[in-house]
Design a protein around this ligand. Structure first.
Ligand SMILES: N[C@@H](CCC(=O)N[C@@H](CS)C(=O)NCC(=O)O)C(=O)O
Length: 220
């Protein structure tokens, strides 16, 4: 059986977790606490950059969430999460990349400032402005559709949809983006989002690790 090394509070892991659930692929969960257990020689053996998620399929070990999603899509044909038509496929990939490259660092900055790990008002303001640029762009892609790729859930919704719903609690409301706002509410009601939503207690318990991890990410 597939093994997923993850932590419920990691957005990078959650996108893989949701894809596994949406595709109804059986897997074994192994929680990595990220309290230093990611730095043990045993874990570094499978994840040299001490990151989760890691997917292990017998003797095949895979890191990088988007590569893991590619593997799942190629190996398991049920409930496709990628369209095949050229423009639709490129749009899904674009939303994924914009989320990972533009939005993810913004979330780290917003969270770090909100939790008081850093105090850099200029960088906070820049992050908020950039968040609005991403949201405006995504609002236009969504158009009149229920999901990014017409009316079917794809990886674009999974990758963006595990980050955008956090924005209002981090000081970036979605009010100016009515389509994204409805999309976000629709996603968080899905069974797979509900099942993978970290509890307030899990978030609270993770705060000590969060400071170290976020500061490391912001320093990169
Ligand atoms: N690009 C990687 C990023 C993975 C990543 O940054 N994971 C974080 C958790 S969200 C992690 O494992 N941090 C632990 C560490 O850096 O020691 C992916 O998409 O899988």
């Amino acid at each position: 059986m597939l093994k997923l090394y993850h932590n419920p509070i990691s957005a990078n892991s959650r996108r893989v977790w949701i894809a596994l659930l949406e595709k109804e692929i059986p897997f074994e969960e192994i929680v990595v606490k990220l309290d230093g257990d990611q730095l043990t020689p045993e874990f570094l053996e499978i994840s040299p950059f001490h990151h989760i998620p890691v997917l292990v399929d017998d003797d095949f070990i895979l890191v990088e969430s988007l590569a893991i999603l590619d593997y799942l899509e190629a190996k398991y044909s049920q409930t496709p999460l990628l369209p095949t038509e050229a423009k639709a496929l490129a749009t899904v990939k674009m939303v994924e990349m914009v989320t990972v490259n533009e939005l993810s660092p913004i979330l780290t900055r917003l969270s770090s400032e909100m939790m008081g790990f850093t105090k850099e008002p200029d960088k906070l303001e820049q992050a908020k402005q950039k968040a609005h640029t991403v949201l405006k762009f995504f609002e236009s892609i969504l158009g009149e559709h229920s999901y990014f790729s017409n009316d079917c859930l794809t990886r674009a919704d999974i990758v963006a949809g595990t980050m955008i719903p956090w924005l209002p609690s981090l000081g970036v409301p979605l009010d100016k983006y009515p389509k994204l706002s409805v999309w976000s509410k629709r996603l968080i009601q899905r069974e797979t989002w509900q099942k993978t939503q970290p509890s307030p207690e899990a978030i609270e318990a993770f705060i000590p690790q969060m400071e170290t991890l976020m500061k490391a990410q912001l320093a990169n």
